[in-house]
Design a protein around this ligand. Structure first.
Ligand SMILES: [Zn+2]
Length: 265
């Protein structure tokens, strides 16, 4: 079977285990069903997710000129504390920014390799946690806009990491942590403006199980712009990575905008 299309991050569904889906040009694949199959991946061209031109991908699936112009790639995406829509202040496109920023956001703790703090729109729970490969996560505050979530994250970063070690996450070098305890320890550091939004009675940890048959012992990362053809037996999916039998891992999310051909052996 041959498939083709531009890569976008896999869609997910919380289940035991998580179900992963890949939308290609004319097909919708359940990636879990490809486990133990040989996947043959070839890079065909670039296709910017915004202008659709065959231009090298810069970041987040966009070519360089789109990345620096469109509201979907503005600085407040990666740095929520820079959000200004709550002040009626435009960055690149106020209408877009109002829709994206003035909605419920969650500051959470997630454990994928270590406990880290993060921010996401409420509608992205548990998607965000699955995308990070977190095996457990808990919500800390639910605030009405992105700015408040951003300043809360900044304050908590003083006491807990905001980064994931993706190698540890992929080799399953992980420990179970009592996230409720961690959350309660951090509560005192929540900034005054966000304190009323602390989720006191929302104390359940979410546990996530990933479809992995065999974890790699050490990982080597596949980059399609350097290695345009790759073939391997799929052994697992965790976060936005697919894991192959030979310890190769492929980050679908960081390959957004790459147009590929996929053959199943
Ligand atoms: Zn573009």
């Amino acid at each position: 079977m041959e498939y083709q299309g531009v890569l976008r991050k896999m869609m997910t569904e919380l289940g035991s285990p998580v179900q992963y889906y890949l939308q290609l040009e004319n097909d919708f694949l359940n990636v879990n069903q490809l486990l133990n199959k040989t996947l043959d991946i070839s890079f065909v061209k670039y296709e910017c997710l915004n202008c659709h031109l065959d231009k090298p991908i810069f970041r987040q699936g966009f070519c360089k000129s789109c990345f620096f112009e469109i509201p979907q790639a503005a600085d407040w995406i990666m740095r929520p504390e820079l959000s200004t829509a709550h002040l009626g202040k435009e960055d690149r496109d106020l209408e877009y920014e109002k829709k994206a920023q003035l909605q419920p956001h969650i500051v959470y703790l997630a454990n994928s390799s270590n406990v880290k703090v993060g921010v996401t729109r409420k509608s992205q729970i548990p998607t965000r946690w699955i995308d990070q490969g977190a095996h457990e996560a808990i919500e800390i505050v639910e605030v009405p806009n992105r700015y408040l979530a951003g300043i809360t994250e900044i304050a908590l970063k003083e006491y807990v990491s905001d980064k994931t070690n993706w190698r540890k996450m992929l080799t399953n070098d992980i420990t179970d942590v009592d996230l409720l305890k961690e959350k309660e320890k951090l509560a005192v550091y929540i900034p005054e403006e966000a304190k009323p939004y602390y989720l006191e009675n929302h104390s359940k940890e979410t546990n996530i199980e990933f479809p992995v048959l065999q974890y790699p012992t050490k990982v080597k990362s596949l980059n399609l712009s350097k290695t345009p053809n790759f073939s391997g037996v799929l052994k697992g999916i965790k976060g936005q990575y697919v894991i192959f039998e030979d310890n190769t891992v492929f980050n679908i999310r960081s390959s957004e905008g790459y147009y590929i051909r996929l053959n199943l052996g």
